[in-house]
Write a protein that binds this ligand. Structure first.
Ligand SMILES: NC(=O)c1ccc[n+]([C@@H]2O[C@H](COP(=O)([O-])OP(=O)(O)OC[C@H]3O[C@@H](n4cnc5c(N)ncnc54)[C@H](OP(=O)(O)O)[C@@H]3O)[C@@H](O)[C@H]2O)c1
Length: 291
């Protein structure tokens, strides 16, 4: 399939592009943000009409809730208006939208169990609101779409200065501690595994909303301790903190664990455990001589 990818140079997008290429899709990465701002409708339309993709995998956004909370205008522009522009263009071309959403559409405070595709949405912060509004505009205006809600992601791509695994290694090598929350739980996915799932999903016409969430649920501190352990560093280099002491600008969920009641029955696969994805990252880091 001819697939355009927004956010193609980010943490998730860079792995998604690689997997889609491996799976023999014809991939058209949207240019970097500095060269094409998705919030500018004319430019988006010109690009899409030039390449005529059958599917747009839309992953560009500001994913950091604190950045969005600090500058909501920027957050709505990059996260919502960009999505709306793509929706408008796809309405003209008849192409398919595959949107990377988030567990932040849920409040994370009222769950009786993991959130499934039909759980009530109630974003806690402005980032979550921009992503939920994007889901809604897609649902209202389009017929051919996939909305894929994603949990906390890890991988080796994107900007190295914001890559959590690379920063953890850098600090651990310098003997410095990384402080992470241990009192909030979520699902986790390797970016590579999300790319693999996207490749399978967009090859069908089973439009709808799906959760991509690997098991088991874990806290940030727990996940990063596991990573340190696997690369042979002292796990005490992750220091535990709690929600109150972490003093984040944007409110965070205590429990945003997701499950899917649709994925396996619709597509015939479920997400592999995140530890397998982490092993893959470590193999790549070893190849690169980083660990
Ligand atoms: N990371 C996670 O844990 C996580 C969890 C759940 C869902 N998600 C979702 O997954 C998607 C990918 O996240 P990610 O972690 O890969 O983020 P990322 O590494 O920050 O990549 C996002 C990319 O989008 C670009 N971008 C932002 N606004 C743009 C605009 N207006 N026009 C063109 N490009 C723009 C950014 O460019 P600049 O950096 O140059 O601005 C960046 O390259 C996002 O939609 C996010 O909401 C992420």
């Amino acid at each position: 399939m001819k697939v355009a990818v927004t956010g193609a140079y980010g943490l998730l997008g860079s792995d998604v592009v690689k997997v889609l290429q491996e799976q023999k899709h014809e991939v058209i990465p949207f240019p970097p943000h500095a060269d094409l701002d998705l919030a500018e409708f004319g430019k988006v339309r010109e690009f899409v009409f030039k390449y005529q993709p059958e599917v747009i995998v839309h992953l560009a956004a500001i994913p950091n809730p604190d950045v969005v909370e600090k500058d909501p205008v920027l957050g709505w522009r990059n996260n919502f208006n960009s999505t709306y522009n793509l929706v408008r263009v796809l309405h003209e071309t008849g192409g398919v939208m595959c949107y990377g959403s988030t567990d932040s559409v849920f409040s994370g405070h009222d769950a009786k169990g993991p959130y499934n595709e039909f759980s009530i949405k109630h974003p806690l912060n402005i980032y979550g609101q921009t992503k939920y509004a994007s889901e809604q505009i897609i649902e209202q205006k389009m017929q051919k779409y996939f909305i894929l809600r994603l949990p906390f992601l890890f991988g080796l791509g994107g900007r190295s200065e914001t890559n959590k695994l690379l920063n953890l290694i850098k600090k651990a090598k310098a003997g410095e501690k990384t402080v992470l929350q241990s009192d909030s739980w979520s699902s986790v996915c390797a970016a590579w595994d999300v790319g693999w799932a996207i490749s399978k999903i967009i090859s069908t016409s089973n439009w709808g909303i799906y959760h991509l969430a690997s098991e088991p649920a874990v806290s940030r501190a727990g996940m990063m301790r596991c990573f340190l352990n696997l690369i042979g560093f002292d796990t005490n280099l992750v220091e535990e903190t709690n929600y109150v002491d972490a003093r984040k600008l944007a409110k965070r969920a205590h429990y945003s664990v997701m499950t899917s009641v649709l994925l396996e029955s619709t597509f015939g696969f479920s997400m592999p455990s995140w530890q397998i994805g982490m092993q893959k990252c470590i193999e790549e880091l070893k190849k690169q001589g980083v660990v």
